[in-house]
Ligand binder design. Structure first.
Ligand code: CP
Ligand code: NVA
Length: 323
């Protein structure tokens, strides 16, 4: 069976836990100077229809550190669905590379790609989901807080791709998730329906008052008000989201120990102030760094379908206990 990562709706809690634990183990090994070439000779294809810094570079570095290589193509270079059908594209590319990550405007493109591909497909961001980001973010929370159970994660802003993947990741791993957004910018009904069907009994909480929402939060998270592809709505969005800026006053409502996360890139002075982003509660650079370790675990899970023995969390703990 081929594994894909299109949307966190498709991941089991056990798989999510496993990927996180192994990402943390890979990070520890890396810090000890160990970069075993678990994916020697394997190739990762990267097709990006939108700009990227973190996702592209962390994937390229991840496959390189695992002994494999990356082949990067811009969307317009290959004309997926334009120069040739998605089905032909998927069938042909499956002959050349072992795993393919795609960043696209339409989530449906990735779903169709996965239908025809004979290799694992990764969603490197679509209009609906950013699963690699959300898994890396929970890894960061786990690293900073020592666990995830009972953590309250409040996303202040648009019910966008990042917010949706974080809501799913939270449901998978036992966090309390709250979205604070202006009316009209929360989750669309089809997302809510799929969430309720996948995670019965898990509340999908939406607040319209950011101050009330962040009360008791362990983590306050924000993202741009206007995502890539929505630039024509930027002016209207700026007005609607103005009361939702994460500034020092709002973060103070969450408490002195609250962590500030942002997937980046940030629009300083819009969704977040520089004082907060560069302040002592901000963990955004560690958060960006963890994208690399999470991508490594994800690539192992997708391509090998099993974990190298040395990386099983217990084996890793044993390795460390000898230090
Ligand atoms: N957070 C994130 O996905 O960043 P990039 O758009 O730079 O990849
Ligand atoms: N919501 C943002 C995330 C960028 C990493 C976007 O889709 O543009």
């Amino acid at each position: 069976m081929i594994r894909h990562l299109i949307d966190l709706f498709d991941l089991s809690p056990e798989d999510a836990r496993d990927i996180l634990d192994h990402a943390l183990a890979l990070k520890r090994e890396d810090q000890r100077g160990n970069r075993p070439p678990y994916l020697a000779g394997r190739s990762l294809g990267l097709i990006f229809e939108k700009p990227s810094l973190r996702t592209r570079v962390s994937f390229e570095a991840a496959i390189g550190q695992l002994g494999g290589n990356a082949i990067f193509l811009r969307g317009q270079d290959v004309g997926i669905g334009v120069r040739e059908s998605i089905a032909d594209f998927a069938r042909v590319l499956s002959q050349y590379v072992d795993v393919l990550a795609m960043r696209t405007f339409s989530h449906a493109t990735i779903e169709e790609l996965a239908r025809y591909a004979t290799i694992p497909i990764v969603n490197a961001l679509s209009d609906r989901a950013h699963p690699c980001q959300a898994l890396a973010d929970l890894m960061t929370i786990q690293e900073l807080r020592g666990g995830l159970d009972g953590i309250k994660l409040v996303f202040v802003g648009d019910g966008n791709n990042v917010a949706r993947s974080l809501a799913q990741a939270s449901a998978l791993l036992g966090l309390e998730f709250v979205l604070a957004s202006p009316p009209g910018f929360a989750f669309p009904p089809e997302f809510r329906a799929r969430f309720e069907e996948t995670f019965p009994g898990v509340p999908l909480v939406v607040e319209h008052d950011p101050i009330r929402a962040v009360s008791g939060a362990d983590v306050v998270y924000t993202d741009v008000w206007t995502s890539m592809g929505q630039e024509h709505e930027a002016e209207d969005r700026r007005k609607a989201f103005e009361p939702f800026q994460v500034d020092t006053a709002l973060l103070d409502r969450a408490g002195p120990d609250a962590i500030l996360l942002h997937c980046l890139p940030a629009r300083r002075g819009e969704e977040v102030t520089s004082a907060v982003l560069d302040g002592p509660r901000s963990a955004v650079i560690l958060q960006a760094a963890n994208r690399l370790h999470l991508q490594k675990a994800l690539l192992l899970w997708l391509v090998l379908g099993s974990w190298p023995d040395v990386l099983t969390p217990n084996a890793s703990a044993r390795l460390h206990s000898r230090d």
